[in-house]
Design a binder for this molecule. Structure first.
Ligand SMILES: C[S@@+](CC[C@H](N)C(=O)[O-])C[C@H]1O[C@@H](n2cnc3c(N)ncnc32)[C@H](O)[C@@H]1O
Length: 226
């Protein structure tokens, strides 16, 4: 992904913050079948309830949508996002859940902020890797593996490449995104099927534990191997 598109994606998420969670009830998505979204969210929420350990890092946390499910398994949570507006939505959620005491917010670009090596027991990465080119994906995993402890757990939640998806999207490339007020942005996006995820876990040395592959979303849990 070029810097130009990275910048545009950053602005897009900042401007979309207030309406972002609508996707999880199937409002305004690529595939006009809300129930499909709700079903995948239910399955992945259940999976997230079994996830989390010790000090969790949520990379590109957005509004913190998955936190209510995995927070109970964690003693500390570090939330990272480059978007000020996403952070303010996330803070509202954290306040509502009464979780402020164990949350630490870091606003900035994951690739640039300094984080201590081997400091996290678990990581959630939701809809972040699908916006990275292969080159950036490699840089992402190099950094992720440095900051994770050996045997730390990883949960990746992202967009699925499925028969349904194929009817509406290309597997990879630049795509238009339109906000409720009509403003249009271009983002880089790719979709994953099970074999993409298996390959990713193998390449970056994460031992596969479990997965859910839905029509629109997928989730996979694994363990870090140094
Ligand atoms: C698609 S949203 C996903 C939000 C959340 N993880 C979820 O699953 O609902 C992607 C988020 O990643 C953030 N983001 C994108 N690139 C980033 C980067 N380089 N550093 C930090 N945050 C980033 C965006 O601001 C946005 O909030």
């Amino acid at each position: 992904m070029d810097n130009e598109f990275k910048q545009e994606m950053m602005s897009y998420y900042d401007e979309r913050a207030g309406e972002y969670d609508k996707i999880y009830i199937g409002e305004g998505p690529a595939i006009p079948e809300p129930d499909v979204y709700k079903n995948d969210v239910k399955k992945i929420s259940n999976m997230a309830s079994t996830f989390g350990k010790g000090h969790l890092i949520d990379i590109g946390c957005g509004t913190g949508f998955w936190l209510p499910y995995c927070e109970r398994n964690c003693s500390r949570i570090t939330l990272i996002d480059q978007s000020v507006k996403m952070f303010s939505e996330c803070e509202k959620r954290i306040d509502g859940l009464g979780l402020k005491h164990k949350c630490h917010f870091v606003q900035g670009d994951f690739f640039e902020i300094t984080l201590r090596n081997s400091s996290f027991d678990s990581a959630v990465v939701g809809f972040f890797i699908s916006h990275l080119s292969l080159e950036l994906e490699e840089a992402f995993f190099v950094k992720l593996k440095k900051i994770l402890k050996p045997n730390a757990r990883l949960m990746v939640i992202d967009s699925a490449w499925s028969r349904k998806r194929k009817q509406y999207r290309k597997k990879e490339g630049l795509q238009k995104r339109v906000l409720n007020d009509g403003r249009m942005f271009t983002v880089y996006k790719r979709y994953f099927d099970k074999s993409d995820i298996d390959e990713m876990f193998k390449k970056y040395l994460f031992k596969f534990e479990s997965s859910y592959i839905g029509d629109v979303f997928l989730a996979v849990i694994g363990q870090n191997h140094q």
